[in-house]
Design a protein around this ligand. Structure first.
Ligand code: C2E
Ligand code: CA
Ligand code: CA
Length: 593
């Protein structure tokens, strides 16, 4: 029986026993067998076996080493002679706090076995780790006579553990970084809405909540004119202001591009949303200072509210988006709260869009002409082409009802080409001294497109280029001014004349007049209303006429409705006039020329 146990011990030893736990089990087995068999033989064999597999030391009550085995010598690099008579303190590495050893002594003096992992220092200064069992030796009278320590070396395991734990720390840092990057927007540092939906929408079923959908107005124009770096800097500042304005219970996200989302929860969410929107609009009223310039900024805000249990999160976001669209069409720089009517309007708008896409091909776009007369002679010099849409169910629609839609959807290209074609064709039937003026939309200056459609309309109709006038507004030059100027110059070289429409409103930057091939200044009708009453309005119109004269341009004033207005306009030097007084826009067939 004992033999079998020892065989097992030796076999285990051959495989390399590393665990003091296994040793302990073996010790118990051996001790049990010692009781049964020859004790001396068993003890000697046991000691021999143990010496082979473990580092063994025996100390007396005072802690002085009285026995050290060969394994101990090897590992500590002290000879047995050096070890015996010493305290284990000579191996102290300084790694463990004092409390560690105090706890150890407390355990063994209490007659209990202590087990722990100790870092020791060998004679040559190198460190090693040992898994240690310290067993109090108790005589038959129950007195502690000394201690036996049994150790196995675990230096490589500890090194591996150390590497693993630093790897773990590195991995967890990396994990935190990745998680931060996925959940935060790199530019503004705000939370990223797309990867945060779970958290963003976490609320109890009966909790009230409000969503603010915020869009920075005209960021595209900033990117186009001042570059993307400026656009980015602007977005950062906007994000900072949003954070400052948002109430403390708000979650602020960047939704993407120039859009932000703020979520508010709690009973006051609805009230908070409105005051937050007002605070945001107010905060944005202040221009944003960037390194080189000050930029005006504004935002449009859509608000949707969730009273308890009413709508799900995505629906709420859709509603806030609809409200945002309403804020945008309401002139921007304002906020709107979702109303179910908005959805109906959007559906109608979509319908109108698809109707408009077919309108030209269906012959629903018709052109009316309004005469522009010579201020002195009273004869017609130009007829301005104005588009109308004969909608199959809505009836006749005015430009204000469909031109903005056409511009937003890009359908304006088709529409303009259609108007240009009809206008040139109709003008062929007029006396040859009468020109046709066609309005150009902001979007029409895009690469090559304008020239192509002009060339095509002239070629198809046979109208000489000198009989075509294009009316452009300053907004045409915001963003892609140089490109537009080049395009207009090419059309001008073909013989087409250019009129600057709505002059005196907007920026009226005089630099356009130098850079562009402008032939006519078309003074806006807002001046007309004041011509009879305001000396200043008269002075401005007069000054514009003088300026035009010096620059070799002619002047038109639009919106003349009364004889008095016409007389004053003539007196201050306006060369041509247009307005209901001389004729409303009419179909080509009704024109009296
Ligand atoms: P606009 O170029 O300033 O055109 C003049 C507008 O003033 C026309 O309105 C005309 O009917 C109106 N008007 C003319 N005389 C008087 C007057 O004595 N009193 C008043 N109160 N109004 C007068 P309409 O036809 O509604 O056109 C509005 C705007 O729609 C135009 O302003 C123009 O910007 C745009 N538009 C019209 N047709 C086209 C087109 O074919 N293409 C583009 N891109 N825009 C167009
Ligand atoms: Ca016009
Ligand atoms: Ca005008």
């Amino acid at each position: 029986m004992i033999q079998i146990n020892f065989k097992r011990l030796l076999v285990n030893n051959d495989r390399g026993i590393q665990s003091a736990g296994k040793l302990h089990a073996l010790m118990i087995a051996v001790i049990q067998s010692m009781m049964l068999e020859d004790e001396r033989f068993a003890a000697a064999t046991y000691a021999a076996a143990l010496d082979k597999v473990a580092i063994v030391a025996i100390t007396n009550l005072a802690g002085t080493i009285v026995y050290a085995n060969e394994q101990f010598e090897k590992l500590s690099k002290y000879s047995r002679g050096e070890l015996i008579g010493q305290n284990h303190r000579i191996l102290n590495s300084g790694h463990h706090p004092r409390s560690f050893f105090l706890e150890m002594y407390r355990t063994i003096r209490g007659r209990k076995i202590w087990r722990g992992e100790i870092k020791n220092r060998a004679k040559d200064g190198s460190f090693y780790w040992v898994d240690t069992w310290i067993v109090p030796l108790i005589d038959s009278g129950g007195t502690i006579t000394g201690y036996i320590s049994i150790r196995t070396e675990i230096t490589s395991r500890k090194a591996l553990e150390g590497q693993l734990s630093s790897l773990n720390v590195a991995l967890s840092h990396q994990h935190e970084l990745i998680s931060h990057l996925t959940h935060h927007d790199a530019l503004t540092g705000l939370r990223n809405f797309v990867n945060a939906d779970d958290e963003a929408w976490e609320w109890e079923s009966d909790q009230r909540a409000s969503v603010l959908f915020i869009d920075v107005d005209k960021l595209k124009a900033v990117n186009d004119t001042l570059g993307h770096a400026t656009g980015d800097a602007l977005l950062k500042k906007v994000a900072e202001r949003l954070l400052t304005c948002a109430p403390p219970n708000a979650s602020v996200f960047r939704f993407g591009g120039d859009e932000f989302v703020i979520i508010l929860r709690g009973d006051a969410a609805s009230h908070d949303a409105k005051s937050a929107a007002e605070a945001i609009l107010q905060a944005m009223a202040e221009p944003i200072s960037l390194e080189s310039s000050e930029l005006p900024v504004s935002v449009s805000i859509g608000i949707a509210e969730r009273s308890s249990g009413r709508v799900d999160a995505n629906r709420l976001l859709t509603e806030a988006d609809l409200a945002l669209q309403a804020a945008k069409s309401g002139g921007r720089n304002c906020y709107r709260i979702f109303d179910p009517v908005m959805e109906v309007e959007l559906r109608e708008r979509r319908q109108l869009e698809s109707d408009l896409a077919r309108a030209c091909a269906n012959g629903e776009i018709v052109v009316e002409y309004q005469p522009i007369i010579d201020a002195q002679g009273g004869h017609v010099v130009v007829c301005e082409a104005l588009a109308r849409w004969n909608h199959p169910t809505r009836g006749r629609m005015q430009p204000a009802e469909f031109i903005p839609l056409a511009e937003e959807t890009g359908l304006i290209r088709q529409l303009s080409a259609c108007v240009l074609r009809q206008a040139c064709a109709d003008a062929m039937a007029w006396p040859s001294q009468i020109k046709v003026a066609v309005n150009l939309s902001t979007q029409q200056c895009q690469a090559g497109y304008l020239i192509d459609s002009v060339v095509k309309a002239l070629r198809e109709s046979g109208l000489p280029a000198s009989r075509l006038e294009l009316e452009v507004t300053e907004t045409l030059f915001i963003g892609n001014g140089d490109e537009c100027a080049a395009m207009l110059r090419r059309v001008h070289e073909m013989g087409v004349t250019i009129a600057l429409d709505d002059f005196g409103t907007g920026y009226s930057s005089l630099s356009y007049l130098r850079r562009l091939p402008v032939d006519v200044l078309k003074i806006d009708r807002t001046f007309v209303a004041e011509l009879a009453t305001s000396e200043k309005a008269r002075a401005v119109v007069e000054a514009i006429c003088r300026l035009a004269d010096r620059l070799g341009m002619s002047t038109v004033i639009e919106g003349i409705e009364t004889v008095e207005q016409a007389n004053i306009a003539r007196q201050v030097g306006v060369e041509r006039m247009q307005g209901f007084l001389f004729g409303r826009p009419v179909a080509a067939a009704a024109l009296r020329l």
